[in-house]
Design a protein around this ligand. Structure first.
Ligand SMILES: NC(=O)c1ccc[n+]([C@@H]2O[C@H](COP(=O)([O-])OP(=O)(O)OC[C@H]3O[C@@H](n4cnc5c(N)ncnc54)[C@H](O)[C@@H]3O)[C@@H](O)[C@H]2O)c1
Length: 369
């Protein structure tokens, strides 16, 4: 795949009140969440959809009222009307489409993981350097109200200095197969697919400290548990029970420059009693769980007090998370807001994830400073 568009796009000469025109590359499952959110965002027009499966691109374009569908995303990127692009393809092309989009003069919202490797993530960074194009990373959980409400408590100093975090996302039969189970395409297993969500959520709430050391382990014992018939499973469109090259489980201890640390674990396959998610942060004035539901703990008048913020969804609100994410992307591209999930954060998260795999392979702690 080339990294330059077929035709360089000129800056669109649009009236000031023109809608922000977007295109989506990759028209599978998560593209629907992006497109639904764009459709619900005032001032946004969905212009084009591209997928190497043209029939899928056309069907999705029709569903969301996009004027054009392409089999080759380079054609979408050559469209001078398109200002912003969501990259919703498999992980192996996030970097190349993000780079091509930047080179075509587009703002880009790249799905997580930003890239499979640190080298790919740094290549995106080099492409963006010296341009005024926004690259935002699809860390959607940052945008959900449970995270944002907790962030406002943290920013006000209510938890004091955060020194410890725990992030866990356990699935018992969560290997979707298909490209998700192909290390070449996905870059990794549950760590890059689901562990990244909870790692990022905790790291963002901690204030995005620089990681200095990672001790990780990965395990391949149970495989994709294709033998299990007693429970339903989510499967990718190209599910093949005989194919799996990713880990079952990953765990890590991450140390940060400011002395804080985080424990992380995630699995596709594990003999756990139930699926679970748990993300919490602890400071010297208070602590909080953001998943499975937002709650805080502190001291008042020498008593331990739990605080229960009343919000519409105390756990991750998928629809609102995606709507807030694209609203932030569009506003940041237009210079009205700061992006809360900038490219540098995606690069740093990629470094931490790569260090977990490296540490697991070496069987010892890896330094990042
Ligand atoms: N933020 C979230 O909560 C979340 C949830 C699910 C998936 N994702 C991410 O979204 C991305 C897509 O996942 P999905 O579940 O939608 O996968 P999917 O397989 O349902 O859809 C991907 C689509 O991209 C197309 N595609 C793949 N490579 C392409 C290429 N090089 N050029 C053109 N089209 C290409 C495929 O034909 C397919 O239609 C992944 O990176 C995944 O990690 C994020």
């Amino acid at each position: 795949m080339t990294t330059t568009p077929d035709t360089a796009s000129d800056a669109p000469n649009l009236p000031p009140d023109a809608p922000f025109r977007v295109g989506v590359i990759g028209a599978g499952t998560i593209a629907g969440a992006h497109l639904g959110a764009y459709r619900d965002t005032p001032g946004v027009q969905i212009t084009a959809v591209a997928d190497m499966n043209l029939e899928r691109a056309q069907q999705v374009a029709d569903e969301y009222g996009a004027a054009r569908a392409y089999a080759d995303p380079h054609q979408l990127l050559a469209d001078p009307e398109v200002e912003g692009v969501s990259v919703c393809t498999w992980n192996d092309s996030h970097a190349s489409w993000a780079i091509a989009a930047i080179e075509a003069g587009k703002h880009v919202l790249v799905e997580k993981p930003l890239a499979r490797t640190v080298e790919e993530a740094e290549a995106i960074q080099r492409a963006a350097e010296g341009t005024d194009r926004l690259v935002q990373v699809g860390f959607v959980r940052r945008h959900a109200p449970n995270c944002q409400v907790l962030k406002s408590f943290i920013d006000a100093g209510d938890l004091g200095e955060l020194y410890y975090a725990k992030a866990s996302l356990i699935r018992r039969m969560g290997n979707p197969g298909g490209w998700f189970a192909d290390k070449e395409i996905a870059g990794g297993g549950p760590l890059l697919d689901i562990g990244i969500h909870v790692l990022d959520l905790a790291w963002y709430l901690m204030g995005a400290p620089k990681a200095v050391a990672v001790s990780g382990s990965t395990v391949e014992k149970l495989g994709n548990r294709a033998n299990i018939t007693s429970m339903p499973r989510y499967t990718a469109a190209d599910y093949d029970p005989t194919k799996n090259t990713v880990e079952d489980l990953a765990s890590a201890m991450i140390r940060f420059e400011n002395g804080a640390s985080m424990l992380l674990d995630c699995s596709y396959s594990l003999h756990a009693l139930e699926d679970s998610i748990a993300v919490s942060v602890y400071g010297d004035k208070g602590g909080a769980e953001v998943e499975p539901r937002l709650r805080l703990a502190t001291e008042m008048h020498d008593a331990v007090v739990n605080i229960d913020p009343q919000i519409a969804s105390p756990t991750f609100d998928f629809g609102l998370g995606f709507r807030n994410q694209v609203a932030n992307f569009v506003a940041a591209a237009q210079g009205r807001e700061e992006s809360i999930a900038p490219l540098e954060h995606g690069v740093e998260i990629t470094r931490i994830l790569a260090a977990v795999y490296e540490s697991a392979e070496l069987g010892r702690e890896v330094r990042l400073d």
